[in-house]
Structure formats: structure tokens, C-alpha cells
Design a protein around this ligand. Structure first.
Ligand code: NAP
Length: 256
């Protein structure tokens, strides 16, 4: 990774910690996982496509770090329970959970099917709940832990074409604030990050495929730049480390 802003953090910021990243084989989750590892954490990657995850875990292990991949559909509570047990069996602990996995159908609401609506709610809202609960149990037993969910700024505003995702993210926001208070006295800090548009190959293809659409999107960003993956991972490192020890139930927005 070149010129990563997270180089500003100490390399042993998260030494000895075990981090779990859902959807850690692609896009933002992949960079978050790599940055957690680069700052001392051992990493468990969870998503459905085990082949892709194994490739990412192998690439991380080649750097000398510890990494393992676990096939898990986060919308399925039983699969998440099993994955949490596997992670604990492999690494012995769970210190940091990043709820990053998501799906999206960008579609006019009147044309949405109930199946598509439920799919997004299942992955984003129920998936974040399942993972927070199953990994949270181990954190509560240990008396410490950090849960960080990746939202989107439309959790507050909604956005045309994004009804399922916006509704699910708003639910995760409420879950974050609720668990933040419920688990504060038990040492488990629960926060979220709300990115605006992040420049990834997928967003370029899906959200601003033409120069004209890119100009329109950028016109809505006062800083005049799209965020990068490490704008998100820098906040994950901050919230996952001692730097974030006095913050819980909070959402940090990074949208230019
Ligand atoms: P992405 O590349 O499409 O990644 C989504 C990941 O979620 C994939 O790795 C996918 O892996 C995993 N996933 C999907 N369904 C799953 C399931 N049922 N169980 C387990 N894993 C599942 O997305 P991204 O753009 O990097 O976004 C990452 C996060 O940032 C998301 O929460 C997104 O809403 C948020 N965000 C992104 C932007 C942006 O501009 N990119 C802006 C704001 C917020 P498998 O297919 O292997 O399961």
C-alpha cells in the first residue's frame, strides 16, 4: 500500500489483539483488515466466498502476520455462532469486531421486491446484530472489547434508490447507541463510522460510471474529493485502540 495515512499510527498500536472483519476480502474491509494487521493485530476474515478470503488470508500470512479465513453468512445466526467458536478456538480471544459486510440494491423503492428488501436488512442489520451478539459474548466474558460498525451517511438522511440499505444502516446506528450504553460498564465499547462515497473500483463502476456522474457526485462533497479506504481504516484503528478509550455509542462521519 503506498502512502497510507495509517502509517502515522504506531506499528504496535494493536499488538496482541485479535480482530474480526466481516467482508474482509474485498473493498474497504480488505484495507481495514490489512491495516489492523499492519498495526499488530491477528486477523479473522469472515464472509461467504471462502476461496477469495483464503487468498487474502494467505497474502497476509506471507507478511509474517497471523490470519485465518472463515466461511460465514452473517445473516445466519447459526453460522455466526459457529464462526465465533472457530475464531476463539483458533486465536483464543476476540478483541475487535468490525461489522463491515454489506449488500446493496440501488433501485426505486416502488420497484423493490420483498425478497430484495429482506436480503439487505438480513445482511446489514441482522448480520451486524448476529456478529455483535456472538463475538460480544466473548468480549463481555473477557471484560473488554471493541465493536465498530461501518454505516453510511444516508443512515440519517436516506437516499433515493437506497431504501433497504439506508433503513438497515439506520438500524445499526440505533444498535450502536444502544449497545454502547448497555455494555459500557462491562468494558465493551461500541461505535460506528459513517463514510460518504469512498473511491473503490466497485463504486466507480456502480455509482459514478461516467465523468458526468462523477462530477455530479463530487459536487455534493464540499472538500471536492472522494474518500479513500484508508480514511475509514484510520478511524477503525483509532476506535479499536487506546486512543478511543473514552468513546462509546458514537458515530464518526468521514464524508468530506
Ligand atoms: P464490497 O466491496 O461490496 O464488500 C462487501 C463485502 O461484504 C464483501 O466482501 C462480501 O463478501 C461481504 N458480504 C456480503 N454479504 C455477506 C454475507 N451475507 N455474509 C458475510 N459477508 C457478506 O463493499 P465496500 O464498498 O467495500 O463497503 C464496505 C462497507 O462500507 C459496507 O458496509 C458499505 O455499506 C460501507 N460503505 C461503503 C461506501 C463506499 O462508497 N464504498 C460508502 C459508505 C459506506 P462475500 O461475497 O464473500 O460474502
Amino acid at each position: 500500500m503506498m502512502n497510507n495515512i495509517t502509517d502515522a499510527f504506531s506499528k504496535d498500536l494493536l499488538a496482541g489483539k485479535v480482530a474480526i472483519v466481516t467482508g474482509g476480502g474485498t473493498g474497504i474491509g480488505k484495507v481495514v483488515a490489512e491495516d489492523l494487521v499492519a498495526h499488530g493485530a491477528k486477523i479473522a476474515l469472515l464472509s461467504r466466498n471462502l476461496e477469495r478470503l483464503e487468498e487474502e488470508a494467505a497474502a497476509i500470512r506471507r507478511t509474517g502476520a497471523e490470519a485465518a479465513a472463515f466461511a460465514c453468512d452473517v445473516s445466519d445466526g447459526d453460522q455466526v455462532k459457529r464462526a465465533a467458536e472457530q475464531v476463539i478456538a483458533k486465536f483464543g480471544r476476540a478483541d475487535i469486531l468490525v461489522n463491515n459486510a454489506a449488500a446493496n440494491f440501488i433501485w426505486p423503492s416502488e420497484k423493490l421486491t420483498a425478497v430484495r428488501w429482506r436480503k439487505v436488512i438480513d445482511i446489514v442489520l441482522n448480520g451486524s446484530f448476529n456478529c455483535s451478539l456472538e463475538f460480544g459474548k466473548h468480549m463481555l466474558a473477557a471484560g473488554q472489547g471493541r465493536i465498530i460498525s461501518i454505516l453510511a451517511t444516508y443512515a440519517w438522511t436516506g437516499a433515493p434508490g437506497f431504501a433497504p440499505s439506508a433503513s438497515a444502516k439506520a438500524g445499526v446506528l440505533a444498535l450502536t447507541r444502544t449497545l454502547g450504553v448497555e455494555w459500557a460498564s462491562k468494558g465493551v465499547l461500541v461505535n460506528a463510522i459513517a463514510p460518504g462515497p469512498i473511491d473503490t473500483p466497485q463504486t466507480r463502476e456502480r455509482l459514478w460510471p461516467t465523468p458526468e456522474m462523477e462530477r455530479k457526485m463530487l459536487a455534493g462533497v464540499p472538500l471536492g474529493r472522494f474518500g479513500l479506504e484508508d480514511d475509514v481504516s484510520a478511524l477503525v484503528l483509532f476506535l479499536a485502540s487506546d486512543l478511543g478509550r473514552n468513546i462509546t455509542g458514537e458515530v464518526i462521519t468521514s464524508d468530506g
